[in-house]
Design a protein around this ligand. Structure first.
Ligand code: SAH
Ligand code: SF4
Ligand code: F3S
Length: 498
């Protein structure tokens, strides 16, 4: 991660042509955009404001941090309000309701733009990779100023310069890319934890899923770049990282010198000062014994594994192109629980995939009971145009799907509640994440469950020991262990660092 942006910008002369090589080309445009923003600010007699609205998964959240980093370096003041001079929507298209929410926001922001004509609206992210969406926006949302996709977010400064120099809608969408552009400024939402991309794209083509079409082919980042980024984050105070990829278990396959995900984790573990490692998401078909062993012996990898099941019926799994059977999944879950007994398992499940019957959902429920998930994210199947499942006939009625969904949800709640009772009365190490007003803090256990407890806001970003006194399904109520001298010490240190 580049730290001294100013030093780089000083070497750039805007009278020269823009350099062809990245990332220098983008620094050139950051400098150029600064001038445009400054001129606009002087005209208005105030600083220009910007707002980023993010939909979807952690990948998008990470991308938004990169976009915000560029905006801040250009001179925008970031605010959390769509009345800003520039609003970007980083969109998701995994299910149709994500798309509908964006169209809703666009209607709302259009009214604001009518009152404030110099307001600019930018759209980016997964939804923009779909040609039908672009057509719709060109036809019905002509007030949008800039559209770009998932492969060229690093070009944001260059695109902004184009946008401010033109009166018509700027559209720049790439179908795919083999490029990974690094070393641009990024802004972090949290001081103490951070997502770190380890790979981009997905090659799995689960038959219901749009992600491989909108995020492109799988590309792994070079391990040296990943380690360097984490070392820099740690030097800035980060204690927890979340390694991000659509299928982290296939990390490294496309590298010149192939490396497994388990090997990468061992390298990350060595980073001094880093306390916690999380990762997301693991595809069950690629989860290796090596990974289980590395997790088992690690002192830093959190006791949590998100292992998407999607469905419990082998017939449906096959139609989904998941490439494992119900029995293989169960065997894997049992092996993980045997090797790492204190692990928490969470999952994703889709209900209503084409052709799924009540009997198929019974099998999913059976798996939920057997695996005893700590949490499960359940979704109603959403048809995504262009995916193989979109053309499969679906004779199951909406009512039946809703009934199946509710049946599953009841069991998910039941097992989660049973699981959460297991830790009751125990004291666990918690990373304090936020203060909910007053003196109520929220922190995360290693198993990823939140715990709420009384404490001083100066503990945010610190580890404390908390006794779990009440289990409320997906979260706990806790009490800080006051006897511990360490706490006072921490309080002191935290206050000094402020
Ligand atoms: N790469 C991750 C998932 C990314 S999408 C993985 O393989 O687990 C997150 C979740 O959205 C998926 O796990 C799936 O449960 C759900 N999902 C994906 N496509 C969907 C669709 N068309 N309808 C409903 N849910 C879907
Ligand atoms: Fe989608 Fe499957 Fe890839 Fe996950 S692994 S992103 S569900 S295609
Ligand atoms: Fe959505 Fe794109 Fe993530 S479609 S779930 S934001 S990869």
């Amino acid at each position: 991660m580049i730290r001294n942006v100013e030093a780089i910008l000083e070497t750039i002369d805007l009278r020269d042509d823009a350099p062809a090589d990245e990332p220098m080309r983008q620094y050139y445009f950051i400098k150029k955009a600064r001038e445009l923003v400054k001129a606009e600010s002087e005209k208005l007699g105030r600083r220009l404001t910007a707002d980023g609205e993010t939909f979807g998964c952690q990948m998008n959240a990470k991308d938004s941090e990169k976009l915000i980093g560029i905006l801040e370096n250009i001179g925008f003041e970031m605010i959390e309000d769509e009345s800003a001079d520039l609003v970007f929507y980083n969109t998701c298209t995994v299910r149709d309701n994500a798309n509908q929410r964006v169209y809703g926001r666009l209607g709302f922001v259009h009214n604001m733009k009518k009152k404030n004509p110099h307001k600019k609206i930018a759209l980016c992210g997964c939804m923009m990779q779909e040609p039908s969406v672009i057509e719709k926006i060109q036809k019905s949302y002509r007030f949008v100023d800039l559209i770009f996709g998932t492969h060229n977010i690093y070009k944001f400064a260059e695109l902004l310069v184009a946008m401010y120099s033109s009166d018509s809608m700027i559209i720049d969408i790439w179908k795919d890319t083999d490029k990974i552009v690094e070393d641009l400024p990024a802004e972090r939402k949290y001081a103490f934890k951070s997502g770190v991309n380890i790979m981009y794209g997905c090659n799995n083509f689960c038959s219901y899923c749009i992600v491989p079409y909108v995020r492109g082919r799988e590309r792994s980042r070079n391990p040296k770049d990943i380690i360097r980024e984490i070392e820099n984050l740690v030097s800035e105070g980060v204690v927890e990282v979340m390694l991000l990829g659509q299928n982290v278990n296939s990390y490294g396959k496309t590298l010149e010198e192939p490396m497994t995900f388990a090997q990468l984790l061992q390298e990350v573990e060595k980073i001094e000062g880093l306390e916690r490692i999380r990762f997301m998401t693991s595809h069950p078909k690629d989860l290796s014994d090596d990974l289980i062993q590395v997790m088992k012996h690690s002192k830093k990898i959190c006791r949590h594994l998100h292992l998407p099941l999607q469905a419990g019926s082998t017939r449906i799994l096959e139609a989904m192109n998941r490439r494992y059977t119900k029995e293989q999944y169960l065997a894997l879950a049992h092996k993980i629980r045997r090797e790492i007994p204190d692990i928490s398992l969470t999952t994703d499940i889709i209900v209503g995939f084409p052709g799924e019957t009540a009997a198929d959902v019974d099998e999913t429920i059976e798996v939920v009971r057997e695996v005893q998930y700590d949490n499960a994210f359940t979704f109603i199947y959403s048809k995504r145009t262009g995916t193989p499942a979109a053309t499969m006939p679906n004779p199951t009625s909406e009512e039946e799907i809703k009934e199946n969904f509710d049946r599953l949800l009841a069991v998910v709640h039941e097992t989660a509640e049973q699981r959460s009772k297991l830790l009751l009365g125990e004291t666990h190490r918690v990373l304090v994440e936020k203060c909910n007003g007053g003196s109520q803090l929220t922190g995360k256990l290693s198993c990823d469950k939140p715990v709420h407890f009384e404490g001083d806001a100066c503990l945010i970003g610190k580890f404390v020991d908390v006794k779990l006194v009440e289990a409320r399904g997906f979260y706990y109520m806790g009490k800080i262990n006051m006897q511990e001298h360490r706490l006072r010490e921490l309080l002191c240190k935290a206050k000094q660092n402020r």
